[in-house]
Design a protein around this ligand. Structure first.
Ligand code: 5GP
Ligand code: MN
Length: 334
């Protein structure tokens, strides 16, 4: 067993007031991990709260039966964070990804714990539980719950959260870290009451019309470079305005860039007040984490994100130029 789980067990056993949080613009992994731990700690009689800097996206409301997902508000939550016994930061290893919550987390009198599967953690926590081989933070949460409880099954609510985390972060059980072990753990989740068809439908079949129409535009604006190995698409503010769509509506778009034959790297640029939010995806040995680190971001080898402040033409030209050595590095390693 990893040492960090023993350390986490000690911290959790000594804590009564526990806060769970995840990164800005949370995804199914961070949210599912929170839902799973909430159910478990609540069952142990602890005072547990989920406080996120971003509101819960509508498609994840099924994990929010009694409004347990709270959106950070300084007046309400400043002192909760300060007086917590421990704060568990899930699916996030950079303090700045907690945005305006970050200073209150850093001021806490309790322990700060990170549970995460991304590369290159920042230096701000009392305990780092990091496993970059895990397919999802939710998989790590499953590991911890089984160690702590001594049982392979979990509550139905925990199972639903962990299944959500694993399903979303493995792209529905197809990304490279979908190991036999992941499937074995998932079998226990189904035995614990997670319902695969229901969860798939809740997460993936609740798109807004605005989102689908924006997706059509996104697809029609895909361009390629380097003999079709790089695909990119730009969504401007005017594109969002045309359909009344929001950034949340772009969830899942970037993966279509990799579905073009021959493409090994995809970049989605979405216009923000500060410039562009960048989403990178890649196949195999193409390391987009390296590219993201040049754009104030990070993530994984095959999925990362960042930001830039340049105008559209300059932004695209710079990204295409910076992508070249990363695409070429792959050729050398073949
Ligand atoms: P997405 O493209 O879905 O927004 O993000 C893809 C991956 O990159 C996720 O695993 C996410 O955690 C990571 N990521 C996205 N944006 C950032 C960022 O600004 N900083 C860091 N460190 N990671 C990011
Ligand atoms: Mn994740």
């Amino acid at each position: 067993m990893e040492n960090y789980w023993l350390n986490l067990k000690t911290i959790v056993d000594q804590s009564q007031k526990i806060v769970l949080t995840t990164h800005v613009r949370p995804d199914g992994d961070g949210l599912g991990a929170e839902a799973a731990l909430y159910s478990y700690f609540d069952g142990l009689g602890k005072m547990v709260r989920i406080i996120n800097v971003s509101p819960l996206p509508d498609s994840f409301e099924y994990m929010n039966p009694d409004a347990r997902f709270e959106t950070f508000n300084v007046t309400i939550h400043g002192h909760v964070l300060e007086h917590a016994d421990c704060i568990l930061i899930l699916d996030c290893n950079q303090i700045d990804r907690l945005q305006e919550m970050a200073p209150f987390v850093q001021k806490t009198q309790g322990k700060i714990v990170v549970i995460d599967h991304h590369l290159n953690p920042g230096d701000f926590a009392d305990l780092l539980c990091i496993d970059t081989n895990s397919c999802a933070t939710g998989e790590m949460v499953y590991d911890f719950l089984t160690i702590h409880s001594g049982k392979m099954t979990v509550s139905r609510e925990s199972a639903t959260g962990i299944y959500t985390a694993i399903m979303t972060d493995t792209g529905s059980f197809r990304f490279p870290r979908t190991t036999p072990g992941v499937h074995r753990k998932t079998a226990y989740l189904l035995e614990s009451g997670a319902d695969p068809s229901e969860i798939y439908g809740w997460v993936n079949e609740q798109k807004t019309l605005e989102s689908l129409q924006l997706q059509g535009l996104f697809l029609s604006q895909i361009r390629t470079a380097y003999d079709g190995r790089l695909a990119y698409s730009v969504l401007r503010k005017s594109d969002f305005d045309r359909f009344g769509a929001t950034l949340e509506d772009t969830e899942g778009f970037v993966k279509y860039l990799l579905s073009v034959r021959g493409v090994v790297m995809g970049i989605l640029l979405t216009e923000q007040p500060y410039g562009f939010k960048l989403s990178f995806r890649s196949k195999g040995e193409v390391d987009v984490n390296r590219l993201a680190s040049q754009y104030s971001g990070g993530g994984h080898k095959n999925a990362s994100g960042g930001k830039m402040t340049e105008t559209t033409d300059v932004a695209v030209a710079r990204l295409i130029a910076d992508a070249e050595p990363i695409l070429n590095a792959m050729e050398l390693s073949e």
